[in-house]
Design a protein around this ligand. Structure first.
Ligand SMILES: [Zn+2]
Length: 406
């Protein structure tokens, strides 16, 4: 019964569109009020839930948080105490409660950290789960029946499932529309690829290609310094903060663009994409800030690869268990226990092959996934040896050879 709303799959067979909104002054005030109501509701119930959680932990109680239904019942009472909440789109507030419930469930399932309070200083948003409509170049939804002017730069295909209204730190308003449109694209080849996700290069592919996005962070450090020099609450400080927010926004856009182009290319070129399970990878590498940032980039890149691969009729398969992908020679299977993180290149003591650390790892990831598929007996239906043309001969032998020997 919870599945219906808790685990909305944002990507499967869905298409998203993001458009700039141009609300007039009155609409801006109303939207800001709506963000405020959503934030207030989130924070109010988060606070309440935090107390329940602590008490449950202390007394070892089973019920550790108020679920959506508990909160929705309390919301009615809260509205009586706070008349201004009644001006908000009530479905959007209920959606906020559902999102909070999801956040708690994700925390309990150890999929993410403890839910956080929302601040006015960050990006603002609320979701319109129902009755969103595009009429001409206007976004119409409850409490905004006349519609907010919207810059529609591409055609919206499919039926609208829901929409999210947001506001950036730089005071820009956007609407993200999700529809049920299923786009089928044509794949150009039947290759298979293994991906190694790294710090130095974001992605290294088993065909030897390396991809990374270099962003000049010097400017950001400079802006941070500027802000720290200015007096708190001063106009100049606010100006500097806005400048920094704009810079981050631009970086964010560049990153998004890079991830879209890269995921598109990989999915267009490969029928099967093999990757390591990020949970395993994350466990190994989450004790350093720079690494946790890459971690986030990996997460969003893989999300894109996963849904695009489906669109192209391909699939993404994750390795099931830990595998020493960097330390294993992809030619002979020798495991080099002496390999250190600083060794970018190494010579296999057994077969004397010179190996690039990351390319070797990506080849091993592909081989490992193929091995797992074969053990499950799915290799033959999913992939034929002829489709392995992109991998070198030795990996092919390792992948299929191991089965033959058994
Ligand atoms: Zn070797």
């Amino acid at each position: 019964m919870f599945d219906k709303y808790i685990y909305i799959n944002y990507n499967r067979n869905m298409q998203s569109y993001k458009f700039r909104l141009q609300p007039n002054k009155e609409q801006r005030e109303k939207l800001d009020n709506m963000f405020g109501c959503s934030r207030f509701t989130w924070n109010y119930f988060l606070d309440l839930n935090n107390k329940i959680y602590l008490e449950a932990k202390e007394k070892d109680l089973k019920k550790k948080h108020l679920n959506y239904y508990d909160c929705a019942n309390k919301l009615t009472g809260l509205k009586k105490e706070n008349e201004w909440l009644k001006e908000a789109n009530s479905q959007a507030l209920q959606q906020t409660l559902k999102d909070l419930d999801t956040a708690y469930n994700r925390f309990f399932q150890k999929k993410s950290g403890f839910p956080k309070f929302k601040s006015k200083k960050n990006n603002q948003s609320f979701r319109v789960p129902q009755f969103f409509e595009l009429k001409g170049n206007h976004s119409c939804f409850p409490k905004f029946k006349k519609g907010i002017k919207t810059i529609i730069h591409r055609e919206v295909l499919g039926n609208v499932k829901y929409a999210t209204i947001s506001k950036t730190k730089t005071d820009k308003y956007f609407v993200s529309i999700t529809t049920d449109f299923e786009e089928k694209k044509k794949r150009i080849s039947n290759n298979s690829a293994g991906l190694d996700l790294g710090i130095k290069d974001l992605v290294v592919v088993s065909d030897g290609q390396k991809y990374s996005l270099k962003i000049n962070e010097g400017n950001i450090k400079f802006l941070h310094k500027q802000i720290s020099k200015k007096k708190k609450g001063s106009k100049n400080r606010k100006k500097a903060i806005l400048k920094l927010a704009k810079r981050y926004e631009k970086f964010g856009n560049v990153k998004q663009d890079f991830q879209h182009k890269l995921s598109d290319k990989l999915c267009k070129e490969n029928k099967l994409i093999a990757i390591e399970d990020l949970n395993i990878k994350g466990m190994l590498k989450n004790h350093c800030l720079a690494k946790s940032i890459s971690n986030q980039s990996w997460y969003w890149l893989i999300k894109k690869i996963e849904y695009k691969s489906k669109r192209y009729g391909g699939e993404v398969v994750k390795t099931k268990r830990f595998y020493p992908s960097s330390k294993t020679c992809n030619h002979c299977g020798y495991i080099n226990q002496d390999l250190e993180l600083k060794d970018r290149e190494w010579e296999c003591p057994k077969c004397k092959t010179i190996l690039d650390r990351d390319i070797n790892a990506s080849k091993n990831i592909l081989a490992q996934v193929l091995r797992e598929l074969n053990l499950k007996g799915e290799g033959s239906t999913r992939l034929k040896p002829a489709e392995l043309s992109s991998i070198d001969e030795a990996v092919k032998q390792e992948a299929f050879g191991s089965l033959v020997q058994r």
